[in-house]
Design a binder for this molecule. Structure first.
Ligand code: P1T
Length: 384
């Protein structure tokens, strides 16, 4: 039950109020965009909590407190992009260390681990994270992290976070969950045993395709200390205006997600009955292999739907080029619906790797437009 203490507040109340008390100086109800790069000190080291804006900034602190609260985390750190947040976490490893990732992940995550950290002596293995025996077999004495996406990008596979945490923790390995697709409204990985949660806040958290950002949420003090150090030492931080846009977006996360989920369910059911479609990938369909785990660890199955076109690559290209309401573009999670072909767009960098994507695969980020318009658009594009 909700109450007057912020610890008892429901999700939407926390999204609107946590970290966002009225401005003490003016009473302004909206968190100001603090542009100052430096903060005056009465004597060296005597300040009001802020010294230099790369280290900390009041608008950013409001965002960090708010999103950490939504993830049920003690600590939140905002970054300039999802990749910058991922870089801070992967960067905790040393040459000779090893990381396990799923056979399905955002292409940029794979590129970071394979191309950037591969050159620095970090090794990786890709396994089906739904298979706990395969995960246990992939863990070596040098393994430090297991990277989990759930639902995955772009195949929308579901990974049982608690099961992965049990296997990883038995060997002293940390579990990192990229919660971008689910958002804290639908899934809270820290409660399920994850050690760190990362986000591309460019997506649902921002929600309006107008800001690039990243986020890390943790409870463990050792991780918070190291990651806060890296955030300042490397300096891949969001601008105050970016933080304001994210705070503004997060206020409506819950209401947007409910509409994303309603629309995605209707789109998935429509596609499942369509003759041009070979396979629909959506964890809210009862025949999806992750249906039961999703029902257990997510509040709802989310707003992303993928499908394999029965006509293969050429038909997939024709379909993504023919929609009018669904815009052909990379990215996801905003109010407008997007369509894309992962093999040539978001997942180019996984070609010729164990994460390679079927060229007949189409990914939809189902927006919050009127559902009849979305279904009519897909119908005309699939029959053209
Ligand atoms: O783009 P950026 O904010 O740096 O976030 C990277 C990222 C991290 N994790 C996941 C699950 C992601 O989907 C992304 C970015 N993804 C896309 C741009 C995309 O269209 O899939």
């Amino acid at each position: 039950m909700s109450g007057s203490s912020s610890e008892n507040w429901g999700f939407d109340t926390r999204a609107i109020h946590v970290g966002q008390e009225p401005d003490e100086a003016t009473g302004a109800i909206t968190v100001p965009i603090h542009l100052a790069t430096t903060f005056v000190q009465a004597a060296p080291g005597q300040h009001q909590g802020f010294e230099y804006a790369r280290t900390s900034n009041p608008t950013r602190v409001a965002l960090e407190r708010c999103v950490a609260g939504l993830e049920g985390a003690e600590h939140g750190m905002a970054f300039a992009s999802g990749m910058a947040a991922e870089d801070a976490v992967v960067g905790m490893m040393r040459p000779g260390d090893h990381v396990v990732l799923g056979t399905d992940a955002y292409g940029g995550t794979f590129r970071l681990i394979d191309r950037v950290y591969g050159e620095r002596g970090i090794e990786w293995s890709a396994v089906d994270l739904a298979d706990q025996d395969a995960l246990a077999a992939a863990i070596r004495p040098e393994t430090r992290q297991v990277w989990v996406e759930t639902p995955t990008n772009p195949m929308l596979a579901v990974v049982d976070i608690s099961a992965v945490a049990d296997v990883a923790h038995a060997s002293g390995v940390d579990v990192v969950v990229d919660n971008t697709f689910a958002t804290p409204y639908l899934q809270n990985p820290l409660e399920l045993g994850a050690d760190a949660v990362v986000h591309s806040s460019t997506k649902y958290l921002g929600g309006h395709s107008d800001v690039v950002g990243g986020f890390i949420a943790v409870n463990r003090e050792d991780l918070a200390e190291r990651l806060t150090f890296v955030q300042n030492a490397v300096g891949a931080v969001p601008s105050p205006f970016d933080c304001y846009l994210l705070l503004r977006g997060v206020k409506t996360l819950g209401v947007r997600m409910d509409r994303h989920c309603d629309n995605a369910q209707a789109v998935a059911e429509f596609l499942a009955g369509h003759p041009a479609i070979d396979r629909v990938l959506f964890p809210g369909l009862p025949d999806h292999p992750g249906f039961e785990v999703a029902a257990r660890q997510m509040r709802r199955p989310g707003g992303m739907v993928s499908f394999v076109h029965a006509g293969g690559e050429a038909a997939a290209v024709a379909a993504v080029s023919a929609t009018k309401v669904f815009r052909l573009a990379e990215s996801l999670g905003a109010v407008e619906s997007l369509i894309e072909q992962p093999s040539t767009m978001t997942h180019m960098s996984v070609a010729d790797s164990p994460l390679a994507v079927d060229p007949g695969l189409v990914r939809l980020s189902v927006g919050i437009e009127t559902i009849d318009d979305l279904l009519a658009d897909l119908e005309q594009a699939l029959s053209s």
